[in-house]
Design a protein around this ligand. Sequence first.
Ligand SMILES: Cc1cc2nc3c(=O)[nH]c(=O)nc-3n(C[C@H](O)[C@H](O)[C@H](O)COP(=O)(O)O)c2cc1C
Length: 279
Amino acid sequence: MLARLAAKYKVPVGVSTVASTPMEEIIEAAEGHAWFQLYFSGDGEGTFRLVDRAKSAAYQTLVLTVDVPEVGRRLRELRHGFKMPFRIGPRQFVDFALHPSWSLRTLRSGRPDLANFRKDGFDFDRTESRAKATWDTLSELRERWHGKLVVKGVLDVQDAIWLKERGVDAVQVSNHGARQFDCGPSPIEVVPNFRSKLGGDYAIFLDSGIRSGSDILRAIVSGADFVFVGRILQFAIAANGEAGLFQMWKVLEEELSIAMAMVGLSGLERDSTVKGNRS
Ligand SMILES: Cc1cc2nc3c(=O)[nH]c(=O)nc-3n(C[C@H](O)[C@H](O)[C@H](O)COP(=O)(O)O)c2cc1C
């Protein structure tokens, strides 16, 4: 569903390392509008295999997520008994019974699993520490990956300066939707400083907490070039499947357009407003 949305609007869908559809299938359905999101794991061997695979699948942009050195203690997941790989217990049976059409569809297409690991003969342990990744790992990645490289999960502007110096093409200011560490700063608070320290030409992306078109505008006038969304995609799908997803896109478009009108903007290019500064 997400890949089809990406193809229609020519925007990138982020394909997680732990996606439940193989990366090759997603980029095909997205007609090329897909970026591969990389998690470092273990000693890095499997990680670099994934990088090579993304290259063979014609991915042109790699997004390295760095804000999960350890998986955060997610209380709701603990309370609901959420585990990877997914395990079925009594609670899940009740859930299946209450959602029969989802259950039938899932029975037909099989239990969701980590599809990028099926055929490569290595596993991904979601709870394993990623602390073995260092700045040298980034340099190695930069040498091996010749496409665009984005680093996601940056909240400290000094880190962003170092990333830029090391040849990273863009930073994604993100706190992982506050699923990881909910006492850090929020991206919307720190992004203006990123823009002023990194300069007008460096690509800055933002995600976390975007719920509406006016949130998108806030992020853009605060210094972001591109805005990404996470949970609202899932809320839309949960509410009304693929139709809900496409409807959500229309709502965002309309909200953004109205918000732009409210503040007197006719475009989002940085020089379409006050010189060199959208805010
Ligand atoms: C269910 C779920 C799974 C996620 N999985 C990943 C992931 O595999 N890799 C990653 O970089 N970010 C992952 N994220 C974080 C998102 O990429 C994004 O940073 C976050 O959802 C943005 O905040 P928002 O949900 O408020 O829009 C996940 C988020 C959610 C809600």
